[in-house]
Design a binder for this molecule. Structure first.
Ligand SMILES: Nc1ncnc2c1ncn2[C@@H]1O[C@H](COP(=O)(O)OP(=O)(O)OP(=O)(O)O)[C@@H](O)[C@H]1O
Ligand SMILES: C[C@H](N)[C@H](N)CCCCCC(=O)O
Ligand SMILES: [Mg+2]
Length: 237
């Protein structure tokens, strides 16, 4: 049976997918059996009348995942809003048991499963009923926090770490993303370490993704420079 790791964001758009893709790439490059799982995607894109989970598509491209029959997403919703309301609008009933079953199937085949949330940790999957943090607890896996580098990140990261710990989730560290190297970004990292007692697992620079042809190479090289495969393996149970 494989091991899991939950990729938690301090917010939406912080770079959970980016980091999931980079870490999955590093593991697979060294021949580890790794896969990502996005339980609920809101903001899927219509392609040939089919809804495509864009986060899964990004990870597949960066990590060169060619397996066709693997289920890496349980629910894909059209609206780019909180999953609970996207599901309500689109008349989709989110069945948590299906998510758990999909995860277990991945764990039966792969040694490392990277699970990406949606937005931050207190995001409802079901109105008044079930949140991202409930899923982390139910899967019973450790978490790593992906945080922005810039202004605002101290508060978001400290709150996320504290919230998870109070729920009994083991937080293995934080990853700073979209780093430019400014004096206050450097200081943010030190302050977060001090407040939370967590390790800065990696610092990922903001890179240029405009050149589509080179984007994949740029993402891969960034992770090769920023994180070792041993560093990724250490995050799992
Ligand atoms: N280090 C980086 N350099 C350049 N672009 C980045 C970097 N990290 C993320 N991005 C870009 O920022 C945007 C948001 O990142 P991403 O999609 O990974 O966020 P997310 O946390 O997964 O959001 P969601 O909550 O929607 O799943 C994307 O367009 C992504 O390509
Ligand atoms: C649409 C977006 N990119 C994510 N998929 C969902 C983010 C939900 C955030 C909800 C909230 O915290 O208010
Ligand atoms: Mg994402």
């Amino acid at each position: 049976m494989g091991k899991g790791l939950f990729i938690v964001g301090t917010d939406t758009d912080v770079g959970k997918t980016f980091v999931t893709a980079g870490m999955t790439y590093l593991l697979r490059k060294d021949s580890f059996k790794a896969i990502s799982f996005k339980p609920v995607q809101s903001g899927g894109i219509l392609k040939n009348e089919k809804l495509v989970p864009t986060d899964v598509a990004f990870v597949r491209e960066i990590a060169a995942i060619n397996e066709e029959d693997v289920v890496m997403n349980s629910y894909c919703l059209r609206e780019a809003v909180s999953p609970h309301i996207a599901a309500e609008k689109e008349n989709v009933k989110i069945d948590i048991q299906k998510i758990i079953d999909d995860y277990e199937k991945l764990k039966a085949v792969y040694d490392y499963v990277l699970v990406e949330g949606a937005g931050g940790v207190v995001v409802p999957l079901i109105r008044d009923g079930y949140y991202i943090y409930d899923l982390i607890r139910e899967l019973d896996i450790p978490a790593v926090i992906v945080a922005r580098a810039g202004v605002g990140t101290i508060n978001h990261t400290a709150l996320t770490a504290d919230f998870l710990r109070r729920l009994g989730v083991e937080v293995r560290g934080f990853i700073i993303n979209q780093y430019h190297g400014s004096y206050y970004e450097k200081d943010n990292i030190e302050v977060i370490k001090k407040i939370t007692g967590l390790n800065a697992v990696a610092i990922i620079h903001k890179i240029d993704l405009k050149e589509e042809r080179e984007a994949v190479i740029n993402v891969r090289e960034t992770f090769e420079r920023s994180l070792t495969v041993e560093g990724v393996l250490d995050l799992f149970d």
